[in-house]
Design a protein around this ligand. Structure first.
Ligand SMILES: [Zn+2]
Length: 244
């Protein structure tokens, strides 16, 4: 009996070691077509929390939406993209000023990657000592890169004062980031920089802008369920009713 227990413990420890060696600190999954979701992890209040970002492989290089949260994964992400697609990252756009979106901006800039944020994100980044982008956009902007185009959209305050979403109207991909919560989440997460009164109205604006999305990418957790948008709205309506 004892040897069986020891054997199981040994196998489990191997799984743990090799799991890490095999790059469980960075996961890349194809979303659809040339769209990929990458996930890194960080400790938050003692728990290992995943953070999702996205990248798009265009005919003129790869576009990165947000930075890895885990600061050890900037170069591994670039290396993985190069290895898989034989393409370099040319552009990176953070969706708000928090670390899980901006941590790699300086690193990427030094690699010759063009980094763009909104003016508001830049102001908040500066104020809170976060990494900042090289170039600023002053309003909602359509980017055309190779064979793709997409739009940055500021729907108003929610998770933060500066949160934007990225909308791919043709492919019906809504990159919502931390403004949108996973269907597994029971609350709206970190609200320290949130606008509790406006959150629901902001989600409604996203719904009006992004009609019938086929994919809705959330900042943390399960990104495979488009009901995340409705689920977030319900929680935001509840939040508005609460006294705070
Ligand atoms: Zn976040």
């Amino acid at each position: 009996m004892r040897s069986i227990v020891l054997a199981i413990a040994f196998i489990l420890s191997l799984t743990k070691i090799f799991g890490q060696v095999n790059g469980s600190n960075l996961q890349i999954t194809r979303l659809t077509g040339d769209f990929y979701i990458y996930t890194t992890y960080n400790l938050y209040q003692g728990d290992r929390i995943p953070a999702n970002g996205m990248y798009l492989v265009t005919s003129r290089g790869v576009v990165l939406f947000d930075s890895p949260w885990d600061t050890t994964q900037f170069q591994p992400l670039l290396d993985s993209i190069k290895l898989r697609h034989n393409q370099a990252v040319v552009l990176c756009i953070p969706t708000h000023f928090h670390d899980d979106r901006t941590a790699g901006l300086e690193f990427f800039r030094h690699q010759g990657i063009k980094t763009y944020s909104t003016v508001l994100t830049d102001e908040l980044s500066k104020k809170t000592n976060k990494k900042r982008a090289e170039f600023l956009i002053t309003k909602d902007t359509v980017f055309s890169i190779g064979n793709y185009s997409f739009e940055t959209y500021y729907p108003g305050q929610g998770h933060t004062a500066d949160n934007i979403i990225i909308w791919f109207g043709k492919q019906k991909v809504l990159y919502g980031s931390c403004l949108i919560k996973s269907v597994d989440d029971n609350d709206l997460g970190y609200l320290g920089d949130a606008n509790k009164a406006e959150y629901a109205a902001t989600i409604r604006k996203v719904q009006a802008k992004c009609q019938q999305p086929e994919y809705v990418i959330v900042g943390h957790g399960d990104w495979t369920n488009v009901k995340s948008l409705d689920h977030t709205l319900i929680m935001a309506e509840e939040l508005k009713k609460k006294k705070y």
